[in-house]
Ligand binder design. Structure first.
Ligand code: GDP
Ligand code: ZN
Length: 319
């Protein structure tokens, strides 16, 4: 089989059983049921058949030897939850997670905190994208985001519509980062993906399309290279329902702003930083090094997380 690095030729490749493909190493860039598209290290792309439920996901590093496609160990796994509560693996070996927010629609209470905790517990570096900075109401949101998160994560105010601020994000990805975006419907994730990788050509929805249905005809994730370097995984449906539940322990370990008191500086290893004696977080709050408002947000989310955990336990679904 002739090798070719041109996109057109790669697209023209017919689905080949793995035994017809040359030996090599690569990454899975798309997954369609029983076929995966593999981009070899040299840039050539091939479609290969795999078993249904083979467990391969986009971002997986694979090795092809004598017709056998072997998945290499993963550095990280990114999961999402669907509207029915099912959990799906959407990508492997990601480094960063972009949490996209906008002044309209604004992020639901606690969304950014939960997304930061979810990213960190999956081993990904979170950052915040404040999209729609062309809107007058954006300045207030950006000020609030900076006050809450500037010490914890990078914040990129930008406009997918006008292109303002996109270069900063491109430079971040250029440091060989592989990432994905999470955010509620309507914040501009599709617009942002289109602006960063024009060849994707995703359909951009309207704000009243609250279900997100019909916008993506499939739920297949794909991996795209950015022109300036770095990669993005397009994960349809990574929105309001997208975040996998976090545990109370993850929340207290990874809550943005608690970094300086963590980990393990509290007297009790399982400290939830409420009123436990010898709590390092409480000490920082008392010294105003953690703002009272941030701490109050933590307590609110902790209550929610614990209520969810108790509910799951009583249903016997979760340990
Ligand atoms: P998604 O649901 O997160 O994928 O959001 P979409 O990309 O579908 O965008 C939702 C709406 O916001 C659309 O009407 C877009 O045209 C609009 N939008 C996206 N980015 C921007 C932006 O930077 N500025 C403004 N003013 N509108 C935007
Ligand atoms: Zn504590």
């Amino acid at each position: 089989m002739a090798k070719s690095s041109s996109k057109a030729a790669a697209a023209a490749q017919s689905k080949a059983p793995a035994e017809d493909l040359p030996n090599g190493e690569g990454v899975i860039i798309a997954h369609h049921g029983v076929t995966v598209e593999v981009r070899y290290t040299g840039g050539e792309r091939f479609m290969a058949r795999v078993k249904r439920r083979s467990g391969h996901v986009v971002g997986d590093a694979v090795q092809l030897r004598d017709g056998v496609l072997k998945r290499l160990p993963r550095r990280t796994e990114l999961r999402r939850r669907d509207a029915m509560g099912g959990v799906h693996l959407v990508g492997a070996n990601l480094d960063v997670l972009g949490i996209v927010v906008s002044p309209s629609p604004p992020p639901p209470a606690g969304f950014v905190d939960q997304a930061i905790v979810a990213a960190r517990s999956a081993g990904l570096e979170p950052f915040v994208v404040a999209n729609k900075c062309d809107l007058a109401t954006s300045a207030e949101l950006v000020t609030a985001l900076r006050a809450a998160y500037a010490d914890a994560v990078a914040i990129y105010p930008l406009s997918a519509a006008t292109g303002e601020g996109l270069d900063g994000l491109r430079a971040f990805f250029a440091a060989d980062h592989r990432g994905a975006f999470v955010g509620t419907t309507g914040v501009g994730k599709s617009s942002l993906l289109n602006a960063l990788c024009p060849e994707i050509d995703l359909q951009v929805g309207t704000l009243n399309d609250s279900t997100g249905k019909g916008r993506h005809t499939t739920t297949v994730s794909t991996l795209h290279c950015l022109d300036g370097g770095g990669e993005l995984i397009d994960t349809p449906g990574f929105n309001d329902f997208g975040l996998v539940d976090i545990s109370a322990q993850e929340l207290s370990l990874y809550f943005p702003g608690f970094e300086q008191g963590q980990p393990g500086n509290c007297r009790f290893r399982n400290c939830r930083h409420r009123t436990e004696p010898g709590c390092a977080v409480n000490a920082l709050v008392a010294q105003d090094r953690i703002p009272a408002a941030r701490y109050a947000t933590y307590l609110e989310i902790l209550n929610d997380v614990e209520a969810d955990e108790a509910q799951s336990r009583s249903r016997g679904r979760k340990s």
